[in-house]
Design a protein around this ligand. Sequence first.
Ligand code: ATP
Ligand code: MG
Length: 285
Amino acid sequence: MEKLKIAIQKSGRLSEKSMKLFEECGISMNNGKRKLVATSPDFPVEWLFLRDDDIPQYVYDGVADIGIVGENEVAEKDYNINIVEKLGFARCRMSLAVPKEYEYSGIDWFDGKKVATSYPRILENYFSEKGVRAEIHQISGSVEISPAIGLADGIFDIVSSGSTLISNGLKEVETVMNSEAVIIGREGLNEAKQAVLEKLLFRINAAQKSRKNKYVVLNAPNNRLDEIIEMIPGMKSPTVMSLADEGWSSVHSVLKEDEFWEVIDALKSKGAQGILVIPVEKMIV
Ligand code: ATP
Ligand code: MG
């Protein structure tokens, strides 16, 4: 079977989680990251290990069929490629920051200023959208120190917790875009590769859903059973079994992570007891 070629970051913030994603999908890797290329004994894929900046181009050129990269790199490179799936990790934002002692009045502040960044294209588009004329100074790393060394008035860079900004005496003043890891792909994969991609996406979805859901087991007094069942409808409907202790039932269901605490509190108030919460490994709906 023809192999789907997947570009992933060789080493950096995306690489470990990218590899883990395939592991969660039951796809193992033959030879490790030390090589440029790896294959799988159990799935028709081949991985190419690259610098993340190069991944959009490799996908666009067809050297790889799909790739895993941050949305920020996709936006910066601006090739005609598709975002096939959002992956929910490596979340960050792209923001403008200025030295904290400056009085920042709004985006016009940047008029006539010098801004250092590794992402000139995203910034240029943003400034032109806002009608700001600033000088963009492209540098490849350590952007955050440029105001302190007199290279620029402000910076445009990746922010996650904001601690790097704070430790460099900067404050975040505008968020330009949010970013997370995504699968990118190009148009026109042949039928065989498209089929492999769909199979892969199916598994990724199952793994992602499982992460967002918990399996709950609890004991419910029979006289409140209907109310309790209504609160945890699960995938189709919950499983209810009688306990040896008359008047009580065991209820099994699936619960979404983001509703979790609220529902658990409500269940307790309805008399549910012995609530067990178990991680779900895979979820096929
Ligand atoms: P490479 O050597 O492959 O070019 P890099 O140094 O450019 O790597 P990394 O620092 O590994 O890149 O970051 C890769 C991606 O991870 C970024 O493009 C961004 O999408 C995301 N990212 C970067 N910093 C953070 C952060 N602090 N928190 C979350 N995600 C981040
Ligand atoms: Mg890079």
